[in-house]
Design a protein around this ligand. Sequence first.
Ligand SMILES: *[C@@H]1O[C@H](CO)[C@@H](O)[C@H](O)[C@H]1NC(C)=O
Ligand SMILES: *[C@@H]1O[C@H](CO)[C@@H](O)[C@H](O)[C@H]1NC(C)=O
Ligand SMILES: *[C@@H]1O[C@H](CO)[C@@H](O)[C@H](O)[C@H]1NC(C)=O
Ligand SMILES: *[C@@H]1O[C@H](CO)[C@@H](O)[C@H](O)[C@H]1NC(C)=O
Ligand SMILES: *[C@@H]1O[C@H](CO)[C@@H](O)[C@H](O)[C@H]1NC(C)=O
Length: 451
Amino acid sequence: MSLKKFLLSIFIIIIINIISSISCDRSTNLQENTLEDFVDEASGTGYDSQAYPSYWSMIDDSKDLIEQSTDDVLTLKSSDQVAVTTVSVHDFGAKGDGETDDTEAFVKAWKVACSSKNAAVLVVPQKIYWLKPIRFSGPCLSQLMVQIVGTLEASDDRSDFRQDGKHWLIFDSVRKLLLDGGGTINGNGKEWWQNSCKINKSKALAFYKCKDLIVKNLKIQDAQQIHLSFQKCMNVLASNLSITAPEKSPNTDGIHVTNTQDILITTSIISTGDDCISIVSGSEKVQAMNITCGPGHGISIGSLGSGKSEAYVSEVALYGAKLIGTTNGVRIKTWQGGSGSANNITFENIEMLDVTNPILIDQYYCDSKKPCKEQKSAVQVQNVLYKNIKGTSASDVAIKFDCSKNFPCQGIVLQDIKLEHGGGKTAKALCNNINFTSIGVVSPLCYQAKL
Ligand SMILES: *[C@@H]1O[C@H](CO)[C@@H](O)[C@H](O)[C@H]1NC(C)=O
Ligand SMILES: *[C@@H]1O[C@H](CO)[C@@H](O)[C@H](O)[C@H]1NC(C)=O
Ligand SMILES: *[C@@H]1O[C@H](CO)[C@@H](O)[C@H](O)[C@H]1NC(C)=O
Ligand SMILES: *[C@@H]1O[C@H](CO)[C@@H](O)[C@H](O)[C@H]1NC(C)=O
Ligand SMILES: *[C@@H]1O[C@H](CO)[C@@H](O)[C@H](O)[C@H]1NC(C)=O
């Protein structure tokens, strides 16, 4: 309930901000800080390093934090008048007819909004805007809200992506940014899926080096490849997102987190052709709550350590998820030959429905044409808690720990696990090179533990 209250209050504050921005004289300078405070307070949810004294107690702490931040948001004085500069893409010639190239207008509108001394709201009205790749660069002079009510639709001409094949819309080095509005971001990716290429995955909506960022109440669909990416960002809230692409669209990850610290992903529905959420190297303090995932490849940490690289991921927690018909449930995948660690990870309160590999650690991950040989080094997987995970497996192996011979998995805890084989057969657990503790009823349990 507290999460609902929290989201509702954010919504109310935004409405108030919009109304006051419309009724405000653009040139008046009454009180500059309210929107900024709002972004500060709201994005503070769950990011306090105090929230992570130990990964075992994270769930209680995060509940408290959300409760606390609800109160913070509610105590903001809603009657404060805010000096907000409102910029519409139509002020710069956007047509919004779904055919005209509106790229120029967006670039110009961004420049004005980003150089505004007051808080600025960049409005995208309820129309359809055809866009080539755009880089929204910061730093900006003030806090910014991008209110997407309409639909942004990507050019489907791949030659438009010649300059930067890796992004469609990228926000680069922006601080205190809020993307919101209930609109749709449509990557129009059909052309891409037919010519799928794994190198340098393209991202529909990307945030690079952003700080104090909220992305919420948006639909993101049919991305070229990755739908939403956070790279080298800090202090992020991603909430109430609906991310969809066909099950057969290749490489269309939902949310990709890389080199990012303090991020909360919550109350989102993700169904795509690849991982719902993928968390890769350099990511720390990543929380995901109330996620519905499927179809897709599930929720993954990794892959880590490809090409003998060093990878570190720590303090990742998934609390409350429903996985439906996915190929994997919660997965950690690492390559042979890598180094570093995946440490302090919690998967808790998870419902699996017809998931092919519900619980999986794969330290022999190999996604290349050539077979991968066993190597001396591997990314160390350590301190992973699986708690209260129930449901059905679509295969007879419900739990598979295939840990590295030279770097066995350590500190693995299984608590209250009940996974059944959907087809009526007995579900199995396979364990290699792992030392684990079980608490409560754990079913299935490993019949094979080599160490
Ligand atoms: C993992 O958690 C333990 C216990 O809270 C802590 O001492 C350790 O520093 C953490 N390790 C990482 C890499 O976060
Ligand atoms: C992929 O990205 C790297 C680094 O930006 C670049 O050097 C390389 O040429 C790109 N490869 C392709 C196939 O675009
Ligand atoms: C979630 O986002 C959708 C738009 O995608 C919006 O219609 C809905 O009101 C939002 N829900 C909440 C609780 O804000
Ligand atoms: C969880 O997410 C679903 C779907 O996005 C939403 O309808 C529901 O209200 C959320 N629950 C909580 C407790 O926020
Ligand atoms: C397995 O883990 C327990 C608890 O951490 C430890 O006491 C024990 O020595 C470990 N056994 C092996 C063979 O590593």
